[in-house]
Ligand binder design. Structure first.
Ligand SMILES: NC(=O)c1ccc[n+]([C@@H]2O[C@H](COP(=O)([O-])OP(=O)(O)OC[C@H]3O[C@@H](n4cnc5c(N)ncnc54)[C@H](OP(=O)(O)O)[C@@H]3O)[C@@H](O)[C@H]2O)c1
Length: 268
């Protein structure tokens, strides 16, 4: 019989100890990914970092023990080669952080469909390519010591429709749902899944915003909040709460209220 405490149990196995865990950090050359990589390295993880620019990866992680694996996640062949390398090099990851993402402001009355396609290819379609490849790696390399865990880095911009986020917000909303489906289907197979939803973080991605960003965090803080959530075994890791809880509240409003409120905030 399920215990009364069941709903309060962690949804994933808490990850507190990173020593000797092999981590594949996709999108680790800048911003949140870079800060996560530095923190994971300090905590003893065996790190593989990926991004498109090989030179930038070497600059960001000069440490010899870090495996720099350049790849473009928007290209399934590039991801396929990266996964084949992980297999050959004995670096099948225990934990995958899927952090890479791009943002360009886009409005419904004035947008470039090619740019929208590019955003969705990197922020959403790549997630399918990557998950498919890594699940195959996990299937082909079963290990009793490995507790596989997948971390999607999404955004609170996926909670509800927001101005300027025509491709970005729609992609992140889909990613949020993808993560929920993955949890339901992979957790019973022993694979942990977490969904990370940062508020505003000071990186090159948000440097293009020309408005005041409330509760702006440093990438280092974002990395620490993320690892804290994983240490608690959370599925949903959202931060900073002083900002994300308001957005969660807005999520519950009926459209009549939500549209008026967001419209007014935008004008004001
Ligand atoms: N900053 C925020 O306020 C904020 C808030 C909520 C959510 N997020 C999410 O957090 C994640 C990281 O954002 P960030 O702010 O840290 O951005 P960032 O500083 O621009 O870093 C993005 C990373 O993704 C890599 N990347 C981009 N396209 C790629 C591709 N096609 N293939 C491989 N790597 C690629 C970039 O490296 P290369 O350019 O070398 O490829 C870089 O390492 C994104 O998913 C973003 O949506 C950010």
């Amino acid at each position: 019989m399920p215990s009364l405490l069941e709903p309060f149990r962690p949804l994933n196995d808490p990850i507190k100890d990173w020593a000797n865990r092999t981590v594949w950090l996709v999108g680790g050359s800048e911003g949140i990914g870079l800060a996560l990589g530095q923190e994971l390295l300090a905590r003893g993880a065996r790190l593989v970092v990926s991004a498109r620019r090989a030179d930038r990866l070497s600059e960001a992680f000069p440490q010899a023990e870090v495996c720099k694996l350049a790849c473009d996640i928007a290209q399934p062949e590039s991801l396929g080669s990266a996964c084949a390398y992980l297999d050959r090099a004995g670096l099948v990851p225990d934990v995958v952080f899927w952090v890479a993402g791009v943002y360009s402001p886009m409005q419904s009355w004035n947008f470039d469909p090619n740019e929208a396609e590019k955003t969705l290819r990197i922020n959403l379609l790549s997630c399918y390519y990557g998950l498919h490849q890594v699940l195959k790696l996990w299937q082909d390399n079963p290990s009793p010591s490995r507790q596989p865990h997948w971390v999607w880095v999404s955004s609170v911009a996926g909670y509800r429709g927001l101005p300027l986020a025509m491709a970005y917000g729609a992609g992140k909303a889909a990613l949020n749902q993808l993560a929920e489906i993955n949890y339901l289907e992979l957790r019973p197979r022993g694979i942990g899944v977490s969904l990370v939803l940062p508020g505003f973080v000071k990186t090159r991605l948000t440097a293009q915003n020309d408005f005041a960003m409330p509760a702006l965090l440093s990438p280092e803080d974002a990395a620490r909040y993320t690892l804290k959530g994983l240490a608690k075994g959370d599925f949903e890791i959202h931060y900073p709460r002083r900002f994300t809880l308001i957005l969660k509240l807005l999520r519950c409003l009926p459209y009549g209220l939500y549209f008026r409120l967001v419209g007014r905030l935008r004008q004001g």
